[in-house]
Design a protein around this ligand. Structure first.
Ligand code: DON
Length: 561
């Protein structure tokens, strides 16, 4: 019933609010890929058809997204990967960007000691040392079955021969173009000789194709050494950025022990620090486990109140305790412990909202945000969840001249100043201050849910600080509310992040009467928003069939066979 009501709601409102296209849900018993780009999902399924496993497909999708979804798909950024192998083992790989060797804590403060947000977001200094290429290739070597050349070939072809621009990309390029006028190499890619690209134009990226060919031929050295590295380092010198040839040559991805939690008999596997996502999702699920979420009912004031109070406490802990574990002792065991969650939730009052008393004022995102998540599952249950990003859409807007790829602005994810909100309004302190070679704290939460060792759900999302809550709600929708993957992904969501003390609500996320009830409980600000909480391209294995759904909030695509 929910589904019908919800779809009717979407039909009625989709003309009024920001983009909400038809859900794209597919099913298959051999393999499924769900991503923000139909072309990239098709690349992944093609690799599966050729006999590759889910890791081969994920690596191919990762490189393809760098061509077909350039605002977030990338080789100049970084991300995280969670893999369930066919023997049931789960591993995670961190290919997050790192601060360059010459970075220092106050590097984004101006003379008056204020954070210069322009510098932390839109300058060459905003870029961290990219990790995606090293990460994807390392995953392929360890757990893939195909050659580098095989999995990068589709991306090279897409860059070299081009593909027709759809409305989504042409419109996006036109919007971002003006912010790139200082960078001729960026304009050369994202405009057609200074004019906007049009729908149907064939978009060719020759420089990017050459960079991808070098990676295909030489492996990580095709990016971190030689011509590509020199082009990047030279641009850094020209624009007074910090990344050096040495920073590039030294970059290594790290395999980390997954965060492992449980919820009502399911196992939750997710990303450990330097992402805060896995720990927070597990902490929030631990807080909810004692409550009968299912019978409270999806969208009821009782459930929303419960979720918000869990979110408030978990995000407060994030600000206090989380940063790169190689630099700061993150109390991970505590944060993910069921007893800790019970204690932390002792002051939960089912009738009354608590207050996020302030440590500095939060703010909401400055502009539309982009990162991207994709999920892959193959017939042997090998499952891959990857979230990857340049941070804000199109990163720092700087395309490396001659190399054809955008650089990230991930340095803004550090706390540039104690308790000063970053682009997502997230606060932080000592744990996440800038230090050379350190990884900035993330919210990216690629997650795999299993039961008795078998895969159940592969999920994750973009959305900066909202990512963790999107993943949290997709999990609740599947495990507690027993939704199909289409409904679990499409259902409207809510978001609270401790500071600012405000619940953001997508249209339709509250059942009738819930808003009044939440207000009477003392929730100070209920702020409606258009659709846009996340883009959770996910896969659910139910009764032996894989169902993939790309989030209807954007124009993605799932593929299956
Ligand atoms: O790592 C993080 O948490 C952020 N850099 C992610 C950025 C993001 O999700 C933007 N997207 N919508």
């Amino acid at each position: 019933m929910l589904r019908r009501t919800f779809l009717v709601y979407v039909l009625l409102t989709s003309f009024l609010v920001a983009p909400f296209s038809a859900a794209n849900t597919v099913s298959g018993s051999n393999g499924v890929v769900s991503s923000r780009s139909q072309i990239a999902s098709d690349v992944g399924v093609e690799i599966l058809k050729q006999g590759g496993n889910a890791v081969d497909a994920a690596v191919a999708v990762g490189f393809a997204l760098a061509v077909t979804y350039p605002s977030a798909g990338n080789i100049g950024g970084g991300g995280f990967m969670v893999i369930r192998l066919d023997d049931g083992t789960v591993v995670t790989q961190d290919h997050r960007e790192k601060a360059p060797g010459s970075a220092f804590p106050d590097m984004f403060l101006d003379d008056a000691g204020n954070v210069d947000r322009r510098k932390s977001l839109y300058s060459a200094q905003a870029a961290g040392v990219p990790g995606s290429v090293a990460g994807l290739l390392d995953a392929l070597e360890k757990y893939g079955t195909m050659t580098r050349q095989q999995v990068i070939a589709p991306a090279i072809k897409l860059a070299e021969e081009g593909f027709p621009l759809n409305e989504d990309l042409a419109g996006d390029f036109e919007r971002v173009m003006n912010s790139m006028r200082d960078y001729p190499a960026s304009m050369a890619v994202f405009s057609n000789n200074g004019q906007a690209w049009q729908v149907g134009d064939i978009w060719v990226q020759k420089d990017l194709a050459e960079t991808l060919k070098r990676i295909s031929a030489e492996g990580r050295d095709g990016f971190y050494k030689g011509k590509t590295a020199e082009l990047l380092a030279n641009e850094m010198i020209r624009l007074e950025g910090m990344i050096t040839l040495e920073d590039l040559a030294n970059y290594q991805p790290v395999w980390r022990d997954p965060i492992k939690g449980s919820y009502r008999g399911y196992d939750i596997w997710s990303m450990p620090p330097p992402s805060s996502g896995g720990a927070l999702v597990v902490q929030m699920l631990n807080m909810l486990e004692a409550y009968d979420v299912k019978s409270m009912g999806w969208g009821s004031a009782e459930v929303i109140h419960l979720m918000v109070e869990a979110q408030r406490r978990a995000y407060a802990d994030r600000a206090e305790h989380m940063g790169d574990p190689d630099f700061y002792p993150v109390p991970l065991a505590m944060l993910t412990d069921k007893e800790y969650a019970k204690t932390r939730f002792l002051d939960f009052n089912p009738e009354q909202a608590s207050r996020s008393e302030d440590i500095g004022a939060g703010s909401w995102p400055l502009e539309s945000l982009e990162t991207t998540h994709f999920s892959v599952m193959d017939k042997n249950g090998v499952s891959v969840a990857v979230t990857t990003t340049l941070n804000l859409g199109y990163g720092n807007r700087i395309v490396v001249p001659g190399a054809g790829f955008l650089l990230n602005n991930e340095m803004d994810d550090f706390s540039a100043k104690p308790n000063e909100p970053n682009a997502y309004g997230l606060l932080g302190d000592e744990a996440n201050k800038i230090e050379p070679g350190k990884r900035m704290l993330s919210s990216m939460t690629p997650t795999i849910v299993t039961r008795d060792g078998q895969p159940v759900l592969v999920t994750g999302s973009p959305g900066g600080s909202t990512i963790i809550n999107t993943v949290f709600q997709v999990i609740l929708n599947v495990l507690d509310h027993e939704m199909s993957i289409e409904d679990a992904v499409a259902s409207p969501r809510i978001h609270h992040q401790w500071q600012p003390d405000m619940v953001r609500i997508e249209p339709g996320a509250l059942l009738e009467g819930a808003e009044e009830k939440l207000t009477s409980m003392g929730h100070r600000e209920l702020a409606p928003m258009g659709y846009g909480l996340g883009d959770a391209n996910s896969i659910l294995l139910r009764d032996g069939v894989m169902h993939g759904s790309s989030d209807p909030r954007s124009v993605g695509g799932a593929s299956a066979f």
